[in-house]
Design a protein around this ligand. Structure first.
Ligand SMILES: Nc1ncnc2c1ncn2[C@@H]1O[C@H](COP(=O)(O)OP(=O)(O)O)[C@@H](O)[C@H]1O
Ligand SMILES: [Mg+2]
Length: 316
Protein backbone atom coordinates (compact mmCIF):
# COMPACT_ATOMS: atom_id res chain seq x y z
CA UNK A 1 0.00 0.00 0.00
CA UNK A 2 1.25 3.49 -0.85
CA UNK A 3 2.20 5.64 2.12
CA UNK A 4 2.95 8.85 0.33
CA UNK A 5 0.12 11.13 1.43
CA UNK A 6 -0.83 12.48 4.82
CA UNK A 7 -4.47 12.25 3.91
CA UNK A 8 -5.29 8.84 2.51
CA UNK A 9 -8.44 8.41 0.46
CA UNK A 10 -9.61 5.76 2.87
CA UNK A 11 -9.44 5.91 6.64
CA UNK A 12 -9.67 2.14 7.05
CA UNK A 13 -9.23 -0.76 4.67
CA UNK A 14 -9.92 -4.34 5.61
CA UNK A 15 -9.32 -7.33 3.35
CA UNK A 16 -10.26 -10.95 4.02
CA UNK A 17 -10.54 -10.44 7.77
CA UNK A 18 -11.22 -13.64 9.71
CA UNK A 19 -11.54 -14.12 13.46
CA UNK A 20 -12.06 -17.55 14.90
CA UNK A 21 -12.31 -17.73 18.68
CA UNK A 22 -10.67 -20.98 19.87
CA UNK A 23 -12.76 -23.66 21.56
CA UNK A 24 -13.34 -23.14 25.28
CA UNK A 25 -14.56 -25.86 27.63
CA UNK A 26 -17.89 -26.96 26.19
CA UNK A 27 -17.95 -24.27 23.48
CA UNK A 28 -16.63 -25.26 20.07
CA UNK A 29 -14.45 -22.87 18.04
CA UNK A 30 -16.50 -19.97 16.73
CA UNK A 31 -15.85 -17.91 13.61
CA UNK A 32 -17.06 -14.42 14.51
CA UNK A 33 -15.73 -12.76 11.34
CA UNK A 34 -15.82 -14.80 8.19
CA UNK A 35 -13.78 -13.03 5.51
CA UNK A 36 -14.65 -9.33 5.73
CA UNK A 37 -13.71 -6.80 3.04
CA UNK A 38 -14.50 -3.26 4.08
CA UNK A 39 -13.46 0.24 3.09
CA UNK A 40 -14.19 3.28 5.21
CA UNK A 41 -13.73 6.47 3.15
CA UNK A 42 -11.88 9.34 4.84
CA UNK A 43 -14.28 11.86 6.32
CA UNK A 44 -17.27 9.57 6.41
CA UNK A 45 -19.67 8.97 9.25
CA UNK A 46 -19.71 5.24 8.85
CA UNK A 47 -22.20 2.90 10.50
CA UNK A 48 -21.46 -0.75 11.10
CA UNK A 49 -24.87 -2.20 11.62
CA UNK A 50 -25.90 -5.64 12.74
CA UNK A 51 -27.80 -7.63 15.34
CA UNK A 52 -26.21 -8.73 18.61
CA UNK A 53 -23.58 -11.37 17.99
CA UNK A 54 -22.95 -10.27 14.39
CA UNK A 55 -19.26 -9.64 15.09
CA UNK A 56 -19.22 -5.82 15.35
CA UNK A 57 -17.26 -5.60 18.61
CA UNK A 58 -14.85 -8.26 17.43
CA UNK A 59 -14.06 -6.12 14.39
CA UNK A 60 -13.68 -2.95 16.47
CA UNK A 61 -11.47 -4.71 19.00
CA UNK A 62 -9.21 -5.95 16.21
CA UNK A 63 -8.83 -2.35 14.99
CA UNK A 64 -7.94 -1.34 18.55
CA UNK A 65 -5.40 -4.17 18.85
CA UNK A 66 -7.40 -5.52 21.79
CA UNK A 67 -8.25 -8.74 19.96
CA UNK A 68 -5.85 -10.52 17.60
CA UNK A 69 -7.18 -11.38 14.17
CA UNK A 70 -6.88 -14.91 12.84
CA UNK A 71 -6.05 -13.84 9.28
CA UNK A 72 -6.55 -11.06 6.75
CA UNK A 73 -5.22 -7.53 6.40
CA UNK A 74 -6.08 -4.28 8.12
CA UNK A 75 -4.82 -0.79 7.30
CA UNK A 76 -5.71 2.31 9.29
CA UNK A 77 -4.72 5.68 7.81
CA UNK A 78 -2.46 3.71 5.44
CA UNK A 79 -0.60 1.97 8.27
CA UNK A 80 -0.56 -1.83 8.24
CA UNK A 81 -1.77 -3.30 11.53
CA UNK A 82 0.72 -6.19 11.34
CA UNK A 83 3.73 -4.11 10.35
CA UNK A 84 3.04 -0.98 12.31
CA UNK A 85 0.56 -1.43 15.15
CA UNK A 86 1.82 1.73 16.88
CA UNK A 87 1.04 3.90 13.89
CA UNK A 88 -2.37 2.32 13.75
CA UNK A 89 -2.89 3.10 17.43
CA UNK A 90 -1.91 6.72 16.97
CA UNK A 91 -4.32 7.08 14.03
CA UNK A 92 -7.32 5.69 15.86
CA UNK A 93 -9.27 6.37 19.02
CA UNK A 94 -11.51 3.59 20.29
CA UNK A 95 -14.50 3.99 22.58
CA UNK A 96 -15.32 0.47 23.74
CA UNK A 97 -18.82 -0.84 24.31
CA UNK A 98 -18.43 -1.20 28.08
CA UNK A 99 -17.88 1.75 30.41
CA UNK A 100 -14.31 1.61 31.67
CA UNK A 101 -13.77 4.84 33.57
CA UNK A 102 -11.25 4.80 36.37
CA UNK A 103 -13.14 6.56 39.16
CA UNK A 104 -9.95 7.48 40.99
CA UNK A 105 -9.47 10.62 38.86
CA UNK A 106 -11.32 13.78 37.96
CA UNK A 107 -12.33 14.13 34.32
CA UNK A 108 -9.50 16.59 33.69
CA UNK A 109 -6.90 14.37 35.37
CA UNK A 110 -8.10 11.38 33.42
CA UNK A 111 -7.69 13.18 30.09
CA UNK A 112 -4.28 14.52 31.10
CA UNK A 113 -3.17 11.06 32.19
CA UNK A 114 -4.37 9.49 28.96
CA UNK A 115 -2.59 12.17 26.91
CA UNK A 116 0.56 11.34 28.86
CA UNK A 117 0.17 7.66 27.96
CA UNK A 118 0.05 8.67 24.31
CA UNK A 119 3.15 10.81 24.74
CA UNK A 120 1.37 14.08 23.93
CA UNK A 121 3.58 16.96 25.23
CA UNK A 122 1.85 19.23 27.77
CA UNK A 123 1.81 22.21 25.43
CA UNK A 124 -0.01 20.23 22.77
CA UNK A 125 -2.74 18.86 24.99
CA UNK A 126 -6.34 19.73 24.15
CA UNK A 127 -7.94 18.85 27.47
CA UNK A 128 -10.09 22.00 27.74
CA UNK A 129 -11.21 21.74 24.14
CA UNK A 130 -12.28 18.12 24.67
CA UNK A 131 -14.08 18.85 27.95
CA UNK A 132 -15.99 21.55 26.13
CA UNK A 133 -16.72 19.33 23.12
CA UNK A 134 -18.36 16.66 25.27
CA UNK A 135 -20.01 19.28 27.49
CA UNK A 136 -18.20 18.35 30.68
CA UNK A 137 -16.38 21.62 31.42
CA UNK A 138 -18.54 22.17 34.50
CA UNK A 139 -17.69 18.74 35.86
CA UNK A 140 -13.99 18.82 34.96
CA UNK A 141 -12.67 18.91 38.50
CA UNK A 142 -14.96 16.59 40.40
CA UNK A 143 -14.27 12.91 40.85
CA UNK A 144 -15.50 10.87 37.89
CA UNK A 145 -17.32 8.79 40.50
CA UNK A 146 -19.81 11.65 40.71
CA UNK A 147 -20.57 11.57 36.97
CA UNK A 148 -23.76 10.01 35.68
CA UNK A 149 -23.56 7.08 33.27
CA UNK A 150 -24.19 9.40 30.33
CA UNK A 151 -21.45 11.79 31.45
CA UNK A 152 -19.03 8.89 31.86
CA UNK A 153 -19.83 7.76 28.35
CA UNK A 154 -19.08 11.24 27.02
CA UNK A 155 -15.85 11.30 28.98
CA UNK A 156 -14.87 8.04 27.30
CA UNK A 157 -15.34 9.72 23.93
CA UNK A 158 -13.06 12.57 25.03
CA UNK A 159 -10.54 10.05 26.39
CA UNK A 160 -10.35 8.35 22.99
CA UNK A 161 -9.49 11.68 21.36
CA UNK A 162 -6.63 13.02 23.51
CA UNK A 163 -4.05 12.20 20.82
CA UNK A 164 -6.20 13.81 18.09
CA UNK A 165 -6.66 10.67 16.04
CA UNK A 166 -8.06 11.24 12.55
CA UNK A 167 -10.30 8.18 13.04
CA UNK A 168 -12.67 7.73 15.95
CA UNK A 169 -14.39 4.40 16.49
CA UNK A 170 -17.37 4.13 18.81
CA UNK A 171 -18.74 0.72 19.74
CA UNK A 172 -22.47 1.04 20.47
CA UNK A 173 -22.17 4.65 21.72
CA UNK A 174 -25.82 4.91 22.66
CA UNK A 175 -26.64 1.39 23.84
CA UNK A 176 -28.91 1.59 26.84
CA UNK A 177 -28.99 5.40 27.05
CA UNK A 178 -32.21 7.38 27.16
CA UNK A 179 -33.60 9.25 24.18
CA UNK A 180 -32.41 12.73 25.25
CA UNK A 181 -28.86 11.61 25.81
CA UNK A 182 -28.92 9.65 22.58
CA UNK A 183 -29.81 12.77 20.64
CA UNK A 184 -27.16 14.83 22.38
CA UNK A 185 -24.55 12.14 21.66
CA UNK A 186 -25.64 12.14 18.00
CA UNK A 187 -25.14 15.91 17.95
CA UNK A 188 -21.62 15.59 19.37
CA UNK A 189 -20.75 12.82 16.93
CA UNK A 190 -21.96 14.98 14.03
CA UNK A 191 -19.93 17.92 15.29
CA UNK A 192 -16.77 15.82 15.47
CA UNK A 193 -17.39 14.49 11.97
CA UNK A 194 -17.97 17.99 10.60
CA UNK A 195 -14.68 19.08 12.09
CA UNK A 196 -12.94 16.47 9.94
CA UNK A 197 -12.77 13.32 12.04
CA UNK A 198 -13.70 10.10 10.29
CA UNK A 199 -16.20 8.32 12.51
CA UNK A 200 -17.00 4.64 12.61
CA UNK A 201 -19.76 3.59 14.93
CA UNK A 202 -21.41 0.27 15.52
CA UNK A 203 -25.03 0.03 16.39
CA UNK A 204 -27.81 -2.48 16.56
CA UNK A 205 -30.34 0.37 16.33
CA UNK A 206 -31.37 0.72 12.71
CA UNK A 207 -32.82 4.16 13.34
CA UNK A 208 -29.47 5.34 14.67
CA UNK A 209 -27.68 4.44 11.43
CA UNK A 210 -30.57 5.94 9.49
CA UNK A 211 -30.39 9.24 11.38
CA UNK A 212 -26.65 9.64 11.65
CA UNK A 213 -24.58 7.78 9.09
CA UNK A 214 -23.76 8.62 5.49
CA UNK A 215 -22.31 5.17 4.74
CA UNK A 216 -23.57 1.91 6.14
CA UNK A 217 -22.20 -1.62 6.28
CA UNK A 218 -24.46 -4.43 7.40
CA UNK A 219 -22.88 -7.33 9.23
CA UNK A 220 -24.76 -10.52 9.94
CA UNK A 221 -23.32 -13.68 11.47
CA UNK A 222 -19.76 -12.64 10.69
CA UNK A 223 -20.43 -11.83 7.05
CA UNK A 224 -20.77 -8.47 5.36
CA UNK A 225 -24.05 -8.46 3.50
CA UNK A 226 -24.05 -4.85 2.31
CA UNK A 227 -21.85 -1.78 2.25
CA UNK A 228 -22.80 1.39 0.45
CA UNK A 229 -23.92 4.95 0.95
CA UNK A 230 -27.16 5.12 2.87
CA UNK A 231 -28.74 6.74 -0.17
CA UNK A 232 -27.81 3.84 -2.46
CA UNK A 233 -28.95 1.25 0.07
CA UNK A 234 -32.34 2.89 0.32
CA UNK A 235 -32.56 3.03 -3.47
CA UNK A 236 -32.26 -0.75 -3.68
CA UNK A 237 -35.90 -0.79 -2.60
CA UNK A 238 -37.68 1.43 -5.09
CA UNK A 239 -40.93 1.28 -3.24
CA UNK A 240 -42.95 2.45 -0.34
CA UNK A 241 -44.91 0.44 2.13
CA UNK A 242 -48.61 0.91 1.51
CA UNK A 243 -51.57 0.30 3.77
CA UNK A 244 -55.09 0.53 2.38
CA UNK A 245 -58.11 0.50 4.67
CA UNK A 246 -61.34 -0.75 3.08
CA UNK A 247 -64.97 -0.36 4.15
CA UNK A 248 -65.82 -4.03 4.58
CA UNK A 249 -64.56 -6.89 6.70
CA UNK A 250 -62.45 -9.37 4.78
CA UNK A 251 -61.59 -12.92 5.74
CA UNK A 252 -58.83 -13.29 3.22
CA UNK A 253 -56.86 -11.34 0.59
CA UNK A 254 -58.97 -11.15 -2.61
CA UNK A 255 -57.57 -13.62 -5.19
CA UNK A 256 -56.57 -10.95 -7.75
CA UNK A 257 -54.34 -9.27 -5.15
CA UNK A 258 -52.54 -12.36 -3.92
CA UNK A 259 -49.89 -12.59 -6.68
CA UNK A 260 -48.61 -9.10 -5.77
CA UNK A 261 -47.99 -9.99 -2.14
CA UNK A 262 -50.79 -8.12 -0.37
CA UNK A 263 -51.28 -9.15 3.25
CA UNK A 264 -54.45 -8.76 5.32
CA UNK A 265 -53.93 -7.12 8.72
CA UNK A 266 -56.96 -7.54 10.93
CA UNK A 267 -60.05 -7.55 8.74
CA UNK A 268 -59.96 -4.20 6.97
CA UNK A 269 -56.33 -3.34 6.32
CA UNK A 270 -54.49 -4.53 3.23
CA UNK A 271 -50.76 -3.93 3.25
CA UNK A 272 -48.13 -4.22 0.60
CA UNK A 273 -44.54 -4.01 1.78
CA UNK A 274 -42.86 -4.31 -1.59
CA UNK A 275 -44.65 -2.48 -4.30
CA UNK A 276 -43.80 -3.99 -7.70
CA UNK A 277 -42.16 -1.07 -9.51
CA UNK A 278 -44.02 -1.84 -12.74
CA UNK A 279 -47.40 -1.19 -11.09
CA UNK A 280 -48.64 2.38 -10.87
CA UNK A 281 -50.49 3.60 -7.80
CA UNK A 282 -53.64 3.93 -9.97
CA UNK A 283 -53.44 0.30 -11.09
CA UNK A 284 -53.02 -0.82 -7.52
CA UNK A 285 -56.03 1.10 -6.28
CA UNK A 286 -58.13 -0.23 -9.14
CA UNK A 287 -57.11 -3.81 -8.36
CA UNK A 288 -58.47 -3.30 -4.85
CA UNK A 289 -61.67 -1.58 -6.01
CA UNK A 290 -62.61 -4.25 -8.59
CA UNK A 291 -63.49 -6.42 -5.62
CA UNK A 292 -66.33 -4.06 -4.80
CA UNK A 293 -64.33 -2.56 -1.98
CA UNK A 294 -64.33 1.14 -1.19
CA UNK A 295 -61.08 2.63 -0.03
CA UNK A 296 -61.45 4.51 3.24
CA UNK A 297 -57.81 5.40 3.85
CA UNK A 298 -54.38 5.05 2.26
CA UNK A 299 -51.12 5.36 4.17
CA UNK A 300 -47.75 5.17 2.44
CA UNK A 301 -44.50 4.94 4.31
CA UNK A 302 -41.03 5.67 2.97
CA UNK A 303 -38.69 2.70 3.10
CA UNK A 304 -35.99 2.92 5.72
CA UNK A 305 -32.90 0.95 6.61
CA UNK A 306 -34.99 -1.53 8.51
CA UNK A 307 -36.69 -2.56 5.27
CA UNK A 308 -33.34 -2.87 3.53
CA UNK A 309 -31.96 -4.90 6.42
CA UNK A 310 -34.94 -7.26 6.51
CA UNK A 311 -34.80 -7.78 2.78
CA UNK A 312 -31.08 -8.47 2.76
CA UNK A 313 -31.05 -10.83 5.71
CA UNK A 314 -34.01 -12.69 4.18
CA UNK A 315 -32.24 -13.30 0.90
CA UNK A 316 -28.78 -13.90 2.42
N1 LIG B 1 -13.83 -13.67 23.72
C1 LIG B 1 -14.67 -14.43 23.05
N2 LIG B 1 -14.56 -15.78 23.05
C2 LIG B 1 -15.41 -16.57 22.34
N3 LIG B 1 -16.43 -16.09 21.59
C3 LIG B 1 -16.61 -14.77 21.55
C4 LIG B 1 -15.76 -13.85 22.28
N4 LIG B 1 -16.17 -12.59 22.05
C5 LIG B 1 -17.24 -12.69 21.21
N5 LIG B 1 -17.50 -13.98 20.92
C6 LIG B 1 -18.58 -14.48 20.05
O1 LIG B 1 -18.39 -13.93 18.75
C7 LIG B 1 -19.63 -13.55 18.19
C8 LIG B 1 -19.60 -12.07 17.85
O2 LIG B 1 -19.57 -11.31 19.05
P1 LIG B 1 -19.41 -9.73 19.06
O3 LIG B 1 -18.25 -9.37 18.19
O4 LIG B 1 -19.40 -9.30 20.45
O5 LIG B 1 -20.77 -9.30 18.32
P2 LIG B 1 -21.59 -7.92 18.36
O6 LIG B 1 -20.67 -6.85 18.89
O7 LIG B 1 -22.00 -7.69 16.94
O8 LIG B 1 -22.77 -8.13 19.25
C9 LIG B 1 -20.71 -13.91 19.20
O9 LIG B 1 -21.23 -15.16 18.84
C10 LIG B 1 -19.93 -13.98 20.49
O10 LIG B 1 -20.54 -14.91 21.37
MG1 LIG C 1 -20.89 -5.52 20.45
Amino acid sequence: MLQTTDQPANAIEIRGLVKTYPPMRKHPAHTALDGIDLTVPRGSLFGLLGPNGAGKSTLINILGYLTLKTSGHVWVWDADLDENPRRVQSAIGIVPQELTIDTFFTARELLEFQAGLHGVPRKERITDYLLDLVELSDMADVSTRALSGGMQRRLMVAKAMVHRPPVLVLDEPTAGVDVDLRHSLWEQIRKMNESGTTIVLTTHYLEEAQALCDTVAILDEGKLIACDTKENLLKTLDNKRITITVDRDLHDVPPNLRPHGWVLEGTRKLTLSERPSRLSMGQMLLSVQVNGLNIVDIVTQETDLEDVFLKMTKSA
